[in-house]
Design a protein around this ligand. Sequence first.
Ligand code: GTR
Length: 326
Amino acid sequence: MKLLKTLAASLLATAALTSASLACEVTLKSSDTHPDGYPTVEAVKQMGKLLEERTDGRICVEVFHSAQLGEEKDTIEQTKFGVIDLNRVSMGPFNNLVEETKVVSLPYIFKGVDHMHTVMDGPIGDEILAAFEPHGYVGLAFYDGGSRSFYNKVKPIKSIEDLEGMKVRVMQSDIFVDMMSALGANATPMPYGEVYSSIQTGVIDGAENNWPSYESSGHFEVAGYYTLDEHLIVPEVLVMSKKSWDNLSPEDQAAVRQAAKDSVPFMREQWQAREKASEEKVRAAGVEVVTEIDKEPFMAAMDSVYEKHVTSENLKDLVARIRATD
Ligand code: GTR
C-alpha cells in the first residue's frame, strides 16, 4: 500500500512537471555549485520567476544546484558551447578567460562590500559585463560573494607568519596562487567540491571563503579556525551562453537581461540574512574565530601580485578607476 502511494505520488509529480515544462517554449538550464536555498541559487530562481511572469510562461529557468552539472571550471566551458544556458559562478574561475575579471579578483582591491557595490553597479561593472561577450558569454548581473577569509584545521592564524608553509586550497586562477605564495603559503588550486575531503585527509590544511560557503559546504566541521582577514571581495556573476542568447529574439533577450538585473536586490537581502545565519551556526558549532587581525601586512604583501597581473593598459586603467571610486 505504501509503495502504491509513493508510486502514485511520484506519477503525479512527474505529470505536474511535464505540464509545467510544456507551457514553457524555452527552458534555460542554469548551473550553480551551491546547495538549494543558498542565496545565489534562490536569486536565479527569482530571476526565472520574473522571466516566466513577464513572458507569459514562454521562457522558464531550471536551476541545477549542488554542482549537479559539474564544477565551476567545467560548467564554464559547457556554457560556452551552449550545453548549459545560464551559469552563476565566482569571477575567479573566469580570470584566465576574461582578462577584465582579474581586476575584481585582486586581493584588497575593494575597500569593503559597499565600495564593491558602488563599482559593480556603475559604469565599471557594465564594462566588465560587456567584456564577457567576445569570449562566448553574455554577462547579465553581479551577485554578492561577501568577503573571503582563511580557515584551516591546524591553528588560529593571527599573522602572516602563521600561514608560512600551510597548504591552502584556492580557486583555479593564477592570481590566487600568487596571492598565497606572496603570503608564504603553498597554494593548491582545486575544485570546490574536493575541498572537504582534502582537508579531512590532510591533502590541504585549509582554504578560504565567505561565511555562507564555509558553513554550507561543511568545511567548518573539518577546519575549525577562521580568521577574518578579508583578503578578497570577489563578486559573483550570472552569465548566459552567447549561443543560447543568439537563439532568443531581441525582446526576449531584453527580458532576460532585465529579470537578471531585477534579481539583484533580492539576492542582496538573501545574502545579508545568510551571512548572519551562517556565522551564528559555525560559532555555535565551536569554531574559533580570530576577529582582531592587523590587515596591513597582508595588504602590503600583495604588491607583487599586482605587479605580476596588472600589466596591460586596460587593467591598469581599471584598477586606477576602481581606486578612484568612492
Ligand atoms: C564561493 C562561490 C562559489 C565558488 C566557491 C569556491 O564563495 O560562491 O561560486 O567559487 O566560493 O571557492 O570555489
